[in-house]
Design a protein around this ligand. Structure first.
Ligand SMILES: [Zn+2]
Length: 66
């Protein structure tokens, strides 16, 4: 107890619903893409760039060598 009393403000997650305001981390818009590696259909929270490969969650780590 006590933990919930503090910090449980109105700025919590509930205010995230249908908000168009959020500057950097705006509304979650998922885009359906086909993984360039395994070919599975997946969704990414960003708009895929044409011509650039997009990977699913499983394949993404394999291609992240940066
Ligand atoms: Zn994949």
């Amino acid at each position: 107890m006590g933990f919930n009393d503090r910090g449980n403000s109105f700025r919590g997650r509930d205010s995230n619903r249908g908000g168009f305001r959020g500057s950097s981390s705006g509304p979650r818009e998922m885009h359906k893409v086909i993984c360039s590696d395994c070919g599975v259909e997946t969704e990414v929270p960003f708009k895929p760039t044409e011509g650039r490969p997009v990977y699913c969650r499983d394949c993404l780590p394999k291609h992240r060598k940066f």
